[in-house]
Structures are given as C-alpha cells and as structure tokens.
Write a protein that binds this ligand. Sequence first.
Ligand SMILES: Cc1ncc(COP(=O)(O)O)c(C=O)c1O
Length: 440
Amino acid sequence: MSHREPGPESGKLISDEQQWMAPGIQRLATMAGIAMESGQGCLLQDADGQTYLDFMAGVGVASLGHSHPRWAAAISSQAAKLSIGSFTSAPRLALLKLMASLLPEPLRRVQLYSGGSEAVEAALRLAKAHTKKFEVVAFWGGFHGKTGGVLPLIGDPFKQGWGPLAPGALLVPYADCYRCPLKTSYPGCGLACVDMARQQVEASSQGSVAALIVEPIQGTAGNVVPPPDWLPAIQQMAREIDALFISDEMITGFGRTGKMFAFEHSDVQPDMITLGKGFGGGFPVTAVVATETVAEESHPWSKPSSSSSSVGGNPLAAAAALATLETILEEDLVENSRVVGAHMLARMETWKERFPFVGDVRGKGLLLGCDLVSDRETKTPLPTKLTHKIYTECVRRGLLVMAYGARVRINPPLVISEEEADAGLDIFESVLADVAPEIG
Ligand SMILES: Cc1ncc(COP(=O)(O)O)c(C=O)c1O
C-alpha cells in the first residue's frame, strides 16, 4: 500500500489560496491538505499526480463518478449552444419527461433550482402556500441546508450561534436505533419514538403544521437507516395533523440507496420530494417535485416569477441533469448501487467481530455508515483525536472517506465496481487494524 504525503504543488496551491479563501470550507478538504487536479470514475488525482480512491463522491454529488465522458460532452455541447434563460428548452422538456417517468404518478410538477437548501426552502414555501399553515416538523439529527429558512430544522447544535432563528420549527426524534433516544430497542419498542414525536408536536405546536420534512435515510447524521416501518408511521403522523409529507431525497435520490428514490423502500407516498446533489452529477441543479394538487393550489407560490430563480433549470443545467439521469439508467447504476452496496455492507458486518471499537454498521445501497466507539457498552463515540488520525491515515494510503468523526460515512460514486469497493475497504480495514492498539 503506497504512502502519500501532500506534495509541493498541493502545498503551494493551498498556501496561495489561503490568502483569499474565507474560512469555513469543508473539513474533509482542509484536513486532507491536498489540492485536486483531475478525476475519472472513482479515482481522483492530486496536483502532484498522486491518486486516491473516492468513497466520498463530493458528499453524494458525484453519482457518475468524476468527469464521466457522456456528462462532460453533454455540458460542453449545450454550453456551446445555449446556457442561459428560463424560456422553455428542449433539454428542460426532455428532463421533465424523464423525471415524470421515474416518479410515481401523483408526483408530476417540478420546479428547478441550483442549490439544495434553496430547493428545500422552496418546498417549505410551497407547503405553506398550499396549506395556509406555517409550522414545520423536522427531526433530531436532520440536515436540510444552511440558509435562513432551513437552519431551524437542523436537528443538532450546528445551528447554534445564528439565532434568533425563524419560528415554527418543531423537532422530534428520528429512529436512530443504535443511539435510541428512548434507550429501547427495535422492534420491541413498538416505534415508541413515533409516539413521542406525536406527543411532542401536540405539546408544542400551534395546530398549524404545514409540512413534515424527513430524510428517509439521514445522511449528515451518519448515514442512519431507520427501521422499515418507521417512514410509513411518520407519514401517518403527518396525515393525522393534515400536514404535507416531504421526503428530502437530496442525498438519497437517483439510486444512491439501491432504489431510484429512498422513499421507495417503504410503502409511502410523499406529497413532495426535494432533489439535488447526484441529480446533476456535479453540475449545480436541484428540484422540488410536488403532486399535481399541491402545485396547482399554491397561491402565492404559483404566481408568475414566484417559484423560479435566476439559473434554476436553465438549458445548461437541464442538459447536465438529463445526461446524468440518462447515464444512471443506461449504465444500470441503481442496480449497481444495490449490488455493490450489499457486497460492501456484508464485508463491513465482519468489522463488529474484528474490531471491538466498531459499534454498529448499517446502510442501503451505496449509503453506508458505521459508528466507532471507545466502549461498546456505553457507546461513547471514539475521541476526535483518533477519528482525525483514521481520516488522515486513510488519505495518506489513498482512500478518501468521511471518517473524520465517530460516525463514519461511506458513499462512493454509483459507478464503483466491486473490485474498487474491495480495494477501498482493504485500505480502511488496514487503517482500523493499525490504530486498534491505540484505542485499546
Ligand atoms: C438531505 C439534505 N438536504 C439539503 C441539503 C442542502 O444541500 P446544499 O448543500 O446543496 O444546499 C443537504 C446537504 O448536505 C442534505 O444532505
């Protein structure tokens, strides 16, 4: 296993850039200490020519891997023709048609944006416009973006320091079974967390819940998979309070979990879904998709210029998303995600026997996670000093994986082969084995 240290070119680019770059860029980039030059498939090459296997995919963005030739060709040919404007264009029409063919019948009305938070904000505005109500239920551990309207929905201390936040957010427990907030266990619990959520809403709501928004699998929290009957129970809860049910599929959409959309793992029918990240394969394009009824009865969202944006769904964005979705279908990447993901998860299951500090492994498709703990009984998260060491050591051995926290996230590009997956897991296991003595 060859060793990589940040080379001189990376060092120079980073130190030059630091004169102007504002602080606060992604931890995974600053910690790695390398500048990137190029990428192809699941491999990235740094400015000094050293290669890395990518288990991050730009946090779920690189659905097709890096620089997929078909995607690159579609963007460059559209860029040479027409990029700008909100007039109807052939690629936008083709994109909407294709999306309609992938979604269940009532989800038909699409509005396009360029940022994930922007799309979630638009979904919430639409929910308020349709229901004429103003509260939103979201979940502990949840993440829906960093802009003003969605900050209050963040289900952890990340949102501290930006107050006062917009009122109306009601946060209730997610079914994070490994770290069950009720200290009970599934299925014996009878989904006690849903009862608690119901009571919490009852106690704190003003009786005006417009929507319940949920990640069908929580990404930022650590690729946390709820039990199969949880999402239907949550949808039922939304129906009881006459609130719209929104599935935020930003990370989970377009094959990431081994189905086209993660809500399809359960028997639910969202009123709206939000899409982004892997949707454009790296081009910034996101969307809200709503049922016909919700979108039609949505004044003032439906007023001219009320739901649109400057670059959302322009011909270039539409061509990029179209090429991404066509490639996902033609290369059968949803199935690849399911098959390679299952292979990886089976191998990860063995970690619980091999490494006493692996407390939990989980996942669906290529959205996989594990919890590193210093004590299995107490489930105390592994200290940051050690997880940072694991992360940096993975980078040095040529694997980019979101292992800088105790909840490790593994989400490679959907094009990954079983051989590449095994090569990455070999590296990760070698790092775990080498840090094991330090953990004790
Ligand atoms: C589920 C979910 N929703 C929304 C967002 C916000 O997307 P963006 O970073 O494009 O604003 C994210 C980003 O990680 C996300 O994971």
